[in-house]
Design a protein. Structure first.
Length: 286
């Protein structure tokens, strides 16, 4: 049985306030709630009731969590909470209706997006063994844990997953050293000063990679869904009129972009697995 609180009114008022902040009533975005914020609110509730003996200590905080089954803190990620879902749904419904009315087969509905890949980053945690006598010294890491060497990977796939275009890798070097020693890459490689996609590279991807693959894939109408990133040149048109481009509404890609629904994350997880396998195989030599 849970122990009774000396300040039941304060506890309940704080819990209701936290629930309100974390709710999405009326399309409102949930707000982050930290321990410091909860303790500050508790002090506010105590003062409002003229209870000056109350202390928002760590002990009170942990007991409050226990009483109301408040879970552990989690790191917030992404931008999905910034999306006005009610308004965005209307715009996405227009795109959905246009695709359905256009009689595009799911095999011919494509999505394109790019993502940053920190290709040299290694894990930042380790297990210590008995021989690690000086644990403070053994706990020191490497710059590779926060390595900022970045590539951009451009992905494009159809709705059924039956047609996956070769990923395009964008780097800052025109002729990377690895190509000089290992030969030309097996997938398209573009270069740009900041290793990022811009309108010039998008037009190159459109002509050299996308349209070329579409001509091989089908002669039926094709829909391409992209986001409104300024590096995407939506003025690109298919001279044969086979491809129709649909642009997602602003600030909605984190929710409605198909590739952001786990495909990009799966690609990065697969790459990390291959990277660690390479690290293990090299480490065996020493």
């Amino acid at each position: 049985m849970k122990a009774k609180s000396r300040y039941k009114e304060i506890d309940e008022a704080v819990f209701e306030w936290v629930r309100f902040l974390r709710s999405q009533c009326g399309g409102r975005r949930p707000l982050p709630v930290s321990r410091a914020l909860i303790k500050a609110r508790a002090i506010h509730e105590a003062k409002a009731r003229n209870i000056y003996s109350f202390k928002a200590s760590d002990g009170w905080f942990w007991r409050w969590r226990w009483r109301f089954n408040v879970g552990k803190t989690v790191a917030l990620h992404g931008e999905a909470a910034d999306v006005d879902l009610a308004e965005a749904d209307k715009e996405v419904d227009k795109i959905r209706s246009a695709i359905l009315d256009g009689k595009f087969h799911p095999n011919n509905v494509f999505n394109m997006d790019e993502t940053a890949l920190f290709y040299r980053t290694i894990p930042n945690r380790t297990y210590l063994v008995c021989s690690d006598v000086d644990k403070r010294q053994a706990g020191k890491g490497s710059k590779l844990m926060r390595c900022k060497d970045r590539l951009t990977v451009v992905l494009c796939v159809n709705a059924t997953g039956t047609c996956k275009l070769d990923p395009v890798v964008i780097g800052s070097s025109k002729n990377p050293r690895c190509f000089r020693y290992n030969g030309p890459p097996s997938i398209p490689y573009f270069h740009q000063a900041k290793a990022w996609n811009d309108r010039a590279l998008y037009r190159r991807w459109w002509g050299e990679v996308f349209l070329k693959k579409i001509r091989e894939w089908t002669s039926d109408p094709v829909a391409l869904i992209i986001d409104g990133f300024k590096g995407h040149d939506s003025s690109c048109t298919d001279p044969l009129g086979q491809v129709m481009v649909f642009v997602l509404p602003p600030n909605t890609t984190s929710v409605f972009q198909p590739l952001d629904g786990g495909i990009i994350a799966a690609m990065k997880a697969h790459y990390k697995s291959k990277l660690l396998d390479k690290v293990v195989s090299v480490a065996r030599k020493y």
